[in-house]
Design a protein around this ligand. Structure first.
Ligand SMILES: O=C(O)CCC(=O)C(=O)O
Ligand SMILES: [Fe+2]
Length: 342
């Protein structure tokens, strides 16, 4: 028998639709839980334990799909979860990058943190959203054209969320996963989130570009929040790093949103080719309330389309966590007195 010319490649998008009874049971239990981080009952480690109890009651087949997504190298890089419970009412979309105020129930926070807890541990970074565990991803007028989560009127290029580190490697401390959960869609419903899996990217790249992208010819600029809030607007570049690493069967990819310096013309061309390859292979999702994206921040790159923000309290509103499976490798940067802040 002749072997097939191309081996079957793994699916890189996982879709999970919660059945209505599962949604309703989750919603009922989460509605009884307090605001994370507020008062003794909101103690985050206790609350993460309560979320785990709540989510563990889901049907085993559903639960295992999410656990496998988090724990295995060969599973998809992005998970699209639909029909999650939502809060019965919402205050205005927060301005200025959050946090929100006036939220009466914390179902959305429970969905976000409960899913995060199935993948690892939500962590905060002092330089991102003031170290909060629950990030509000909302359009901000002063950041409308920036390559950050505050942007709206420009395409946010394919990137992963990296973290400035004194070691000069910005992939070291970066989250393993992001969870994005939608509370409110944009006015026109056109804001798309994209995910390009490195396995699919490598499949469409030409051999020469791939070899260049696997070579340490690139410097990543630190995230916009770090450059803006810590470095006084000065760009802070990483050491020379490759953009793609690891075995062909499960490559890791990293790309700064806030600018990459490529060393030499061939590397600059390969960088363009990488963005083009991402556009060719990306999964596209238009997040709606009650929907969440589980994003593996090492297996692939994500992006966001442009959309129109009105700054009227009804703009697009996502909540986001940064999740680490293991905090041990980044313990050197833990903020004293905190177990989850780096
Ligand atoms: O707004 C989105 O859909 C994604 C934004 C993003 O890249 C992020 O929050 O890390
Ligand atoms: Fe991002």
């Amino acid at each position: 028998m002749t072997a097939p010319a191309t081996a079957a490649r793994p699916a890189t998008l996982l879709t999970i639709d919660l059945p209505d009874p599962v949604r309703d049971a989750l919603g009922e239990q989460l509605a009884a839980l307090p605001r994370p981080g507020h008062g003794p009952a909101g103690d985050i480690d206790r609350l993460m334990t309560r979320y785990l109890q709540t989510f563990a009651r889901m049907p085993a087949s559903l639960l295992q799909q999410i656990l496998d997504f988090g724990r295995h190298a060969d599973t998809p890089g992005v998970g699209y979860l639909r029909n999650a419970p939502a809060d019965p009412s919402l205050p205005p979309t927060p301005g200025d990058g959050g946090p929100s105020s006036g939220k009466a129930t914390f179902v959305a926070e429970g969905v976000l943190l409960g899913l995060s807890g199935l993948l690892g541990e939500p962590v905060g970074f002092a330089t991102e959203k003031n170290g909060r565990l629950v990030h509000d991803v909302v359009p901000v007028a002063t950041g409308a054209t920036t390559q950050t989560n505050q942007g709206s009127s420009v395409f946010l290029n394919f990137h992963n969320d990296i973290v400035h580190d004194a070691s000069g490697r910005y992939d070291l401390a970066s989250p393993d996963f992001l969870v994005l959960s939608c509370l409110r869609a944009d006015h026109d419903g056109v804001a798309g989130t994209y995910y390009a899996d490195a396995r699919d990217i490598c499949h469409v790249l030409d051999a020469e570009s791939l070899e260049i992208l696997r070579s340490p010819l690139f410097r990543m600029n630190a995230p916009g929040s770090y450059v803006r809030d810590v470095a006084g607007g000065t760009e802070v570049y990483s050491e020379l790093v490759p953009m793609i690493g690891g075995p062909d069967s499960c490559p890791e990819v990293s790309a700064a949103a806030n600018g990459i310096r490529a060393h030499g013309a061939p590397a600059r061309a390969a960088l363009d080719r990488l963005q083009q390859a991402c556009r060719e292979v990306a999964h596209e999702v238009f997040l709606r309330p009650g929907e969440a994206l589980l994003i593996n921040n090492r297996k692939g790159l994500h992006a966001r389309s442009s959309f129109t923000a009105r700054y009227d309290g009804r703009d697009r509103w996502l909540q986001r966590t940064y999740v680490r499976r293991d905090q041990w490798p980044i313990r050197h940067r833990a903020v004293p007195g905190s177990r989850r802040l780096h």
